[in-house]
Write a protein that binds this ligand. Structure first.
Ligand code: SF4
Length: 331
């Protein structure tokens, strides 16, 4: 099978699958307080459709799958999907991004189903600020979920993703750095991106990875860079000078990594997005439900990927917001 490449020669190996647009949080950088009109059941891909699409995509060279949402753990029987995806020959990594609030109940079932990696979104370790950012007073439940996760070493590494925002994150940096040193969590900060449904994003609200790194180095001394696992890795990871703990910085705005991008995304309603900031999509749901064979599906994917966007244009005059907000894409 020919490798899956775009017109810029990038090999596409990573697929992010949103399994639902629903979420039990209302993060200010993502969703309005009142939520969004949810997709109807028949608009959402079934697990059978997701598995068929993934099998064809893995056959074309996709190696890594990440399940996202909304909040993926609100979709019923998610461990069944994890199990089915984990059985696809050629898949090398199966991960999940979650806000962590349902982890205490579901960590065991996810581990038993074969989940191998996890990203937990956690922007604050201060209960009041956590509630301010997520509009849910649930920090304790998320920390309990993380503690439960530690009981399943088959899910490793445990990554914590914190969205970094100026005027909010600065006082959180050292407590998170200390968490990374006390627990085997890899704590990473992600720069705030213009994907919020309320469209409140401003460039000046970004707290860059370099600024956060400087705060940590002022307290702990120089950080030691960890070599990339693979060229398309988005996080720049570091360990502390004494080797205890790992932190990372994902800087899509201040240090874009589009030139080595290997990612495509499938939305909960079956649209293929070849870039996080895409303004157009390919309707995979219609193809899946049209009765065509896997060869036709393969050609549809290959055609879409060939036209993958070169990069985002954040900060450029030509920048156009994505045609969906984050909760409808899945990060
Ligand atoms: S903005 Fe688009 S091209 Fe750039 S890294 Fe993200 S998905 Fe890839």
């Amino acid at each position: 099978m020919e490798p899956l490449v775009d017109s810029y020669g990038r090999h596409i190996k990573s697929l992010r699958i949103s399994v639902t647009d629903k979420c039990n949080f209302r993060c200010t950088y993502c969703m309005p307080a009142e939520g969004l009109p949810w997709l109807k059941k028949d608009q959402i891909l079934s697990y059978e459709e997701i598995v068929r699409f993934t099998r064809v995509a893995v056959n074309m060279g996709i190696e890594q799958i990440r399940l996202t949402g909304g909040e993926p753990l609100v979709r019923r029987d998610l461990p069944d999907l994890v199990r089915q995806l984990g059985e696809i020959p050629g898949l090398r990594s199966l991960s999940l991004t979650t806000n962590g609030i349902l982890l205490k109940q579901q960590a065991g079932a996810l581990a038993a189903a074969g989940l191998t990696r996890i990203n937990v979104s956690l922007d604050s370790l201060i209960p009041e600020k956590f509630a301010e950012m997520t509009r849910r007073d649930q920090l304790a439940a998320v920390l309990e979920g993380l503690a439960e996760l530690e009981r399943y070493p088959s899910i490793h590494p445990i990554k914590i993703n914190a969205v970094a925002m100026r005027g909010f994150t600065e006082e959180e940096v050292l407590p998170f750095a200390e968490l990374a040193r006390q627990k085997a969590y890899s704590v990473r900060w992600i720069e705030f991106m213009p994907l919020d449904a309320d469209q409140i994003w401003r460039k000046e609200d970004i707290l860059s990875g370099a600024e956060i790194k400087a705060i940590i180095e002022e307290a702990y001394g120089p950080l030691q860079q960890i070599p990339l696992d693979h060229p398309a890795e988005t996080a720049r990871r570091y360990t502390f000078s004494d080797g205890i703990g790992e932190v990372g910085f994902i800087n899509p705005v201040s240090e874009p990594f589009c030139s080595s991008c290997d990612r495509i995304r499938l939305t909960a309603d079956g649209q293929l997005r070849t870039c996080l900031f895409a303004t157009e999509e390919t309707d995979i749901r219609s193809v899946l439900r049209s009765g065509v064979d896997d060869e036709a599906l393969t050609q549809t994917i290959r055609q879409a990927v060939w036209h993958k966007e070169l990069k985002h244009y954040i900060g450029d005059k030509s920048f156009k917001r994505a045609n969906r907000s984050m909760s409808m894409i899945g990060g």
